[in-house]
Design a protein around this ligand. Structure first.
Ligand SMILES: [Fe+2]
Length: 345
């Protein structure tokens, strides 16, 4: 057996045992007097003004620079370049998990905003956190996309309770017509009830191939969406201003809305969980991802797949394929702790 196979076997065994565990954390019902009350009630919350509009603008500019660094002729002022020919290869037109994008300096700077870390510290009630290496997201209002909603949740039905919480730091205006996050408010609480009977995931066109083993993804059908609505859940588009942050329990049904307005979408996905949730094997895999500038899923502490996928363009590896960031982050002890590479003392 090759070392990669051994690692994958160990990973599978570890994931299986983890999924069979009880809740990783338990929150006694109580009043916090801040955004956590709404979060625990609805499974999601919008937190305003987490960074300043000026800082948000900085991130927008950095993301545009990153798109231009591929030299594919993209021009943010010229709509005729807002298409696949002039942009790096992404998922759903704007999510960049390849090209080492999750490790770009701009992505790490956003993750490491003190006010962003503070949200997760408050939520999990620990300072010993690790972060996911989530996709960088920048998206012009493209006209060349074949888009269908893909309502899903990012937690395996076998996992108990709240085990991951996803976040999104928003940099540009996102109104009702703009692309952005759709959330089924209240659906996290119904997760156990929904999955109390056998459920087959919807065979959506964007579903990953079975060999990819996305263990923490469930795609919902239209009937499933109705199931949640009939039980009082509400599908909402999260309208945001630059600097806002949205947080949602990974059991919450969600997807991204097709952009119909004129605004670019500029966001950074950020997820953090307590380091104590991770096994030593998971931390090893995470270190491997970090050292080879590879991204992860939304899950910081498990479900880590050190895949070496390459961006494909017209059936060939994209000639702009990169294996390291265009602009590397400054490697500090704090960054290494959040990456899971350096332990907390
Ligand atoms: Fe998701």
């Amino acid at each position: 057996m090759s070392s990669t196979e051994t690692v994958l076997k160990a990973k599978e065994a570890m994931e299986k045992s983890l999924r069979e565990q009880a809740d990783l954390v338990h929150f006694e019902p109580r009043a916090y007097g801040d955004w956590r009350d709404e979060f625990h009630e609805n499974g999601c919350v919008l937190i305003k003004n987490v960074i300043s509009p000026k800082k948000a603008k900085y991130y927008c500019e950095k993301q545009i620079q990153w798109l231009k660094s591929f030299d594919l002729g993209f021009d943010e002022q010229d709509p005729s370049t807002w298409n696949a020919d002039h942009l790096p290869v992404s998922f759903k037109g704007g999510m960049y998990s390849l090209y080492s994008a999750p490790h770009e300096k701009v992505a790490w700077e956003a993750r490491m905003e003190p006010t962003v870390i503070d949200i997760f510290e408050k939520l999990w009630e620990t300072k010993e956190l690790i972060t996911s290496f989530d996709a960088l997201n920048v998206m012009p209002p493209r006209k060349d996309l074949n888009w269908t909603p893909w309502p899903h949740c990012d937690q395996n039905q076998a996992r108990k309770g709240m085990q991951a919480v996803q976040g999104l730091l928003n940099f540009a205006p996102s109104g009702p017509k703009d692309g952005g996050l759709m959330l089924m408010k209240g659906s996290a609480k119904l997760f156990n009830e929904f999955f109390s009977v056998p459920r087959e995931p919807y065979a959506h066109e964007d579903a990953p191939p079975p060999e990819m083993k996305y263990q923490d993804l469930f795609l919902f059908s239209e009937e499933d969406v109705k199931w949640f609505e009939e039980r009082g859940c509400e599908l909402i588009k999260v309208n945001m201003e630059p600097g806002d942050f949205v947080l949602w329990d990974s059991r919450t049904m969600h997807y991204a809305k097709f952009p119909e307005g004129d605004n670019f979408r500029h966001v950074q996905y950020v997820c953090m969980t307590p380091r104590r949730f991770a096994t030593e094997e998971a931390l090893e895999l995470k270190k491997e991802c970090f050292e080879s500038w590879v991204g992860t899923t939304h899950w910081p502490h498990c479900n880590i797949r050190p895949t070496k996928e390459t961006p494909m363009r017209n059936g060939q590896v994209c000639p702009k394929h990169r294996t390291e960031p265009n602009e590397k982050p400054e490697i500090t002890d704090r960054l290494l702790q959040l990456a899971g590479v350096k332990p907390y003392n």
